[in-house]
Design a protein around this ligand. Structure first.
Ligand code: AMP
Length: 424
């Protein structure tokens, strides 16, 4: 093809062959979300840039360097959403769903970040997310975490991921800690990596999760946020841990886990894997009690998480469950030009009789051998062969392809009945 028209760097096609795995992930998600009483929401991909700057934080990587922000033809400042928590809060506020109410919602869809593309990291990627509004008790974080854990079990990947937890306390507590941390880091400024030096005064908490070994050494001896937390904040975090333990869910505490978005408070968590190379984060989230108010609503406690679908799909390939087989059940081979209209009616009749079956009608020229080869390439389970003699006798040959069983001669009605009860 002409390279000028190739897909945008970091943006990928999901091809038909990949779809069974996507559908399976989507179906499991829908079922598990339903099992916890979460309702789906769909918000626009484009929002006002200010929504993300205000919610994610003006000095986060996402807002500073990664947003697809643009001015539209009427001069509005818009952005492709880099995540969807802000969109959910915006929609909740706009439709009066948050004040004095409890909402459990989920979403899935594409997100956009202008990051450096590499394996497992894209500029357009898909997320599934869950959000709870209106509840401030630690049971909410436990519920959200247990929901995700159930999804891992259903998908057969629970042995491939591990859960880390931390607490960020309240905004006020973080501010006290921030001053202590800046004072400490200033003393070691010269030994920090360039990114961390830049973040030192603007977003010092992000220095904590720097991947630079020298910075990590300095961070190891830094003051701890937990020491600035009130009794209430500690108890909140302990309760989350207690509820997870009561459900036999394993986790570890990582006091350097701060997450890349500014809106979190209290519990934050992340599922990591050792099986995807450098991109180890599969799912992350936490409580964000201040965000609704920051976006102009009345104070509303909230918590949620988001998972990266591409990374999860890579894990599914290593997991213990296999998606239910999809494919074509029946191919109608048409050996005679005279039989074309009959075959077209037959296909419609069989689709009515067996709505759950997938039936492909041969189109275009081709002899028996060629048609069977085409059916075989589609991986069909059965083929019906219609030629001159079948047309005359109205008795059709049903031939097993990938399926078990004998070749049989049957009427259209009989084939319809067989298909509707599920051919082997
Ligand atoms: P975040 O919104 O940054 O907390 O990300 C939540 C999840 O989305 C991560 O754990 C990843 O699985 C996934 N994710 C984030 N950024 C990307 C990206 N650029 N490409 C693919 N997946 C991503």
């Amino acid at each position: 093809m002409d390279k000028r028209f190739a897909a945008v760097r970091g943006m990928h096609d999901v091809l038909p062959a990949d779809m069974p795995l996507w559908h399976w992930l989507e179906a499991c998600t829908r079922r598990v979300m339903g099992a916890y009483g979460y309702a789906e929401i769909r918000t626009p991909i484009v929002e006002k840039t200010a929504l993300f700057a205000r919610s994610i934080g003006a000095v986060t990587d996402i807002v500073e360097k990664e947003m697809y922000a643009f001015e539209d033809r009427s001069g509005e400042h818009l952005a492709l959403r880099p995540e969807n928590t802000a969109g959910c809060v915006r929609a909740g506020l706009q439709h009066g769903l948050l004040h004095n109410q409890i909402q459990r919602i989920w979403y899935s869809g594409p997100m956009f970040r202008h990051e450096k593309p590499q394996q497992g990291r894209y500029r357009q990627f898909y997320q599934i997310g869950a959000e709870v509004f209106g509840l401030d008790n630690p049971g909410v974080e436990a519920e959200l975490i247990l929901l995700a854990a159930r999804l891992w079990r259903e998908l057969g990947i629970n042995h491939l991921v591990s859960l880390q937890l931390n607490t960020l306390g309240t905004l006020a507590e973080r501010q006290v800690y921030r001053t202590q941390l800046i004072n400490y880091l200033e003393q070691h400024r010269h030994a920090l990596d360039a990114d961390s030096q830049r973040r030192l005064t603007r977003n010092p908490l992000r220095v904590l999760d720097s991947k630079n070994p020298n910075t990590q050494q300095i961070v190891a001896a830094a003051p701890k946020l937990i020491d600035c937390l009130s009794t209430a904040s500690r108890e909140h975090f302990e309760r989350v841990q207690y509820l997870l333990s009561e459900n036999q869910l394993a986790f570890s505490i990582n006091d350097q886990l701060v997450r890349g978005l500014d809106y979190y408070s209290h519990t934050v968590f992340e599922w990591l894997t050792d099986h995807l190379g450098a991109q180890s984060a599969v799912c992350g989230g936490g409580r964000y009690d201040d965000l609704v108010e920051q976006l102009g609503g009345r104070a509303t406690p909230a918590a949620g998480w988001a998972l990266g679908m591409e990374r999860l799909l890579e894990l599914l390939k290593l997991g213990t469950s296999t998606p239910p087989a999809q494919g074509i059940d029946l191919y109608i081979a048409c050996l005679d030009a005279e039989a074309e209209a009959y075959c077209s009616r037959l296909a419609e009749q069989l689709r009515t009789a067996a709505p759950a079956c997938s039936i492909v009608l041969h189109q275009g020229p081709g002899g028996l051998k060629q048609q069977l080869r085409r059916a075989d390439r589609l991986g069909v389970r059965w083929t019906v062969i219609v030629g001159e003699s079948e047309l005359a006798s109205q008795q059709l040959v049903l031939k097993p392809m990938r399926a078990q069983g004998e070749q049989r001669t049957l009427s259209a009605l009989e084939i319809g009945a067989l298909l509707s009860t599920g051919l082997p």
